[in-house]
Design a binder for this molecule. Structure first.
Ligand code: NAD
Ligand code: IPM
Ligand code: MN
Length: 348
């Protein structure tokens, strides 16, 4: 029987609980399907690992992960003990970059039974976030540290290759959906990178005459996602703008516990990584109330990527059946285990 080997990185805080939940559901979906198996190997890479070893992952961590078919990650970060800039630049961000997971796919729609703060139904947004460059390039520095003359510079790097491939990815997604694409910039204020992005959007749009393209500034898009989310289909944005818009997307779908994410290497030259949009949630980490739906949904995106379309669809249906019964629909209402059990019960 076909097997998919999965690297599991639960990480910090609620990352562990939601990864356990997702893994249990993935195994149940594989059993139900009966045509494939999943084998998992867990890596304890996290802030606790950093405190023990002085690194977020071993020096050959990337090479170790390269041998897997996919990576399932919980969340990274425990800022009370390890600075975020150390933990994220030591684990999550290098994986996205090393494995050229340039397309970060983040769906935002309401599950049945979830009301959401807008009290409005009928939106179905697919955010496509550039995931390897832009504002997250890590280029910059500080001079005259601690003096009145201190200067800090953080350089955004936008390459033609990087911008072109994420836009083309977005256009392909739009073509397979409702054929609308929103391209996000701040080209009224940022006159190099974002003007370049607008030019690339126009150039690639010419290859997709069937897709309706609209350019929005990031500020206007933030308002639109609240006021008229149903007017949007595919939204393509740079790394930082996409990061911010997808927490907003999570909010309108009922909370961070619902927002799934796939870090895709579209060329399949290295493994892709699947993780919820949310972080380690230190404020609720030991309460047993983390919503596992975002992680479970991310697991379904992993199966879809691995070609297990039916099993992926089964998981989405099971999540929908659970929330339709009112389980997991409000933050903190149900325990992680209760929500997981409800999804597993539908699959069984
Ligand atoms: P966060 O997403 O962890 O939490 C924001 C808020 O959402 C909190 O109130 C939290 O309780 C709530 N929340 C998040 N996930 C939830 C869930 N599944 N169920 C219920 N409520 C949930 O963001 P933060 O507080 O800014 O970050 C905490 C740590 O996580 C930081 O170290 C940050 O850098 C890191 N982080 C990591 C990732 C990642 O690994 N992909 C993503 C975001 C933040
Ligand atoms: C996310 C997270 C990360 C990001 C952080 C933790 C570096 O917020 O996956 O959305 O900004 O990409
Ligand atoms: Mn984020």
């Amino acid at each position: 029987m076909k097997n998919h080997s999965i690297a599991l990185i639960p990480g910090d805080g609620i990352g562990t609980a939601v990864t356990d939940a997702a893994w249990a559901v993935l195994q149940a979906a594989a059993r139900k399907d009966g045509t494939f198996t999943l084998t998992g190997k867990t890596f304890p890479w996290s802030c606790a690992f950093y405190k023990e070893t002085g690194a977020m992952m071993p020096s050959d961590g990337i090479e170790t992960l390269r041998g897997f078919d996919a990576i399932l990650l919980g969340a990274v970060g425990w800022p009370a003990e390890v600075p975020d800039a150390v933990s994220l630049h030591g684990l999550l961000l290098p994986i996205r970059k090393a494995f050229v997971q340039y397309a970060n796919i983040r769906p935002h729609r309401l599950l049945p039974g979830v009301e959401g703060p807008l009290k409005k139904e009928g939106f179905d947004i697919l955010c496509i976030r550039e995931n390897t460059e832009g504002e997250y390039s890590g280029a910059g520095g500080r001079v005259h540290v601690g003096t009145p003359d201190e200067v800090a510079v953080e350089t955004s790097i936008f390459t033609r290759t990087g911008v072109e491939r994420i836009l083309r990815f977005g256009f392909e997604q739009a073509r397979s959906r409702r054929k609308k694409l929103a391209s996000i910039t701040k080209s009224n204020a940022q006159k190099y990178s974002m003007v370049f992005w607008d030019e690339m959007t126009a150039k690639i749009a010419a290859e997709y005459p069937d897709v309706e393209v609209t350019n929005y500034h990031i500020d206007a898009m933030a308002a639109r996602m609240v006021m008229a989310p149903e007017s949007l289909d595919v939204v393509v944005a740079s790394n930082l703008f996409g990061d911010i818009l997808t927490d907003l997307g999570a909010a309108i779908q009922g909370g961070l516990g619902f927002a799934a994410s796939a870090n895709i290497n579209p060329d399949r030259s290295a493994p892709s990584m699947f993780e919820p949009v949310h972080g380690s949630a230190p404020d609720i980490a030991h309460l047993g109330i983390a919503n596992p739906i975002a992680a479970i949904w991310s697991g379904a995106m992993m199966l879809d990527h691995l070609g297990e379309k039916q099993a992926a669809a089964d998981i989405i249906s099971a999540i929908e059946a659970a929330t339709a019964k009112g389980i997991g629909t409000l933050p903190g209402k149900d325990k992680t285990d209760t929500i997981t059990a409800a999804v597993l019960a539908v699959l069984a």
